[in-house]
Ligand binder design. Structure first.
Ligand code: UD1
Ligand code: UDP
Length: 362
């Protein structure tokens, strides 16, 4: 693991590992995310075991960052000789983990397999395709994910539908202290919009970032807009001089802990995001969502009318979509992502795979 969403997913699976005595998990942190509020806070709040090793690779271009991870992971895998390497999601840490293990002949298991945006301009799409291709066990959250994998020629024997570990995470979240964030922001009795923006295609394009921030600024005339800023977005706003739009109710704040984020999501009237995880969390909390992207991997949310896509280049379209979502209001989410036991199923499937291999070898 190395990036924020991976800590949240790994927390779920680490709990399931900890509940068994026939398998041992050794956590490796690549260091892709390193700020306290992008990494350390999740380990503390979610009780994730301290990583056995921290590779400290930090930031860099895709090639440089992935290359540093690859070299360090190869060394760790050679030294520790794991029976299997488990990877999560679609970040550069995922890609490096898959490549290092596959080259050493170590079986790979991928959590959140089969997601596709069909947009190869996204670095995550490249990472997912390669990670799935190199994986022996593919743990999928949805029908659509299974379908994508089968379409790519991956054998059904390798695919296990487990549900979404992020649904497990939401059900497990019970921090009461984190809920004080709503009071601290003086939002208990006010409808508000929660927003997150960090995707490279939005932050690296000044026209898109400016349209998105313009839309959020306009919306803040209607209701407060809380925007916990990913460091990538903060840096882009400084670079493009987009920081000061003069909207007092557009509240730019530091990244939040998982519990604080969950509390704000649950209390929000509407959520605007380009995050994969936040789109689903909006749904889990029954809050309408507008996704500022041209496509999404979580198509069932759009098909069900819970999430709406809005062009990141069109400030007016974003603001209109958000105001329509506010009018539609909250909903009771149906069960699209499993039963909250994805973590247990993942660990059970790993143990069965390793047992099967051991008996074939003996
Ligand atoms: C990465 C993932 C993305 C995921 C996101 C989750 C890749 C290619 N992208 O994007 O899929 O949705 O994490 O948040 O793996 N930075 C800091 N402090 C930190 C971390 C990052 O200041 O602790 C800044 C640095 O300027 C860095 C930039 O953010 O260059 C981008 O970080 P990086 O990890 O490369 O990609 P993310 O945009 O975070
Ligand atoms: N998140 C958080 N604090 C924040 C913003 C997001 O804890 O300030 C959580 C969010 O609740 C979700 C996860 O981070 O569980 C999503 O990660 P992110 O948006 O960084 O990446 P993505 O899911 O797009 O890969």
């Amino acid at each position: 693991v190395g990036a924020r969403p991976q800590f949240i997913k790994a927390a779920v699976v680490a709990r399931a590992f900890a509940a068994r005595d026939d398998v041992r998990e050794v956590l490796v942190h690549t260091g892709q995310h390193y700020d306290e509020n992008m990494s350390g806070v999740f380990f503390k709040e979610l009780g994730i075991p301290a990583p056995a090793v921290h590779l400290g690779v930090g930031s860099g271009s895709h090639g440089a960052q992935t290359g540093r991870m690859l070299e360090a992971l190869e060394h760790e895998m050679r030294t520790r000789r794991p029976d299997l390497v488990l990877i999560y999601g679609d970040t550069n840490s995922t890609l490096a983990g898959a490549l290092a293990a596959a080259k050493l002949g170590i079986p790979v298991a991928h959590v959140e397999a089969g997601l596709r945006s069909f947009n190869r301009a996204m670095p995550e799409e490249i990472n997912r395709i390669v990670a799935d291709r190199l994986s022996d066990l593919l743990f999928t959250p949805t029908d659509a994910a299974d379908e994508h994998l089968r379409h790519e020629g991956i054998s059904s024997d390798q695919i296990t539908r487990v549900g979404d570990v992020m649904f497990d995470a939401v059900l497990h979240e019970s921090s009461t202290t984190a809920k004080t964030i709503v009071t601290r922001l003086a939002l208990e009795d006010r409808p508000f919009c929660l927003a997150t923006i960090h995707r490279a295609e939005n932050t690296d394009d000044p026209a898109r970032l400016s349209a998105i921030l313009g839309a959020l600024g306009t919306l803040s005339g209607e209701l407060p807009v809380v925007l916990p800023l990913h460091p990538r977005t903060r840096a882009a706003m400084q670079r493009d001089r987009l920081a000061d739009h003069g909207h007092p109710e557009l509240r730019l704040i530091e990244p939040l802990s998982y519990g604080e984020m969950a509390a704000l999501e649950a209390a929000a009237r509407v959520i605007v995001t380009d995050s994969g995880g936040v789109q689903k969390e909006a749904f889990f909390h029954g809050v309408p969502c507008v996704t500022v992207r041209t496509e999404t991997e979580w198509t069932e949310l759009v098909d069900g009318g819970y999430n709406h896509l809005a062009s990141p280049l069109d400030a007016g379209a974003i603001a209109d979509a958000v105001l329509r979502a506010v009018t539609r209001g909250r909903f009771t989410p149906p069960n699209l992502y499993g039963d909250g036991r994805a973590g247990e199923r993942i660990v059970a499937a790993i143990v069965a795979f390793l047992d099967g291999r051991a008996s074939r070898e003996s």
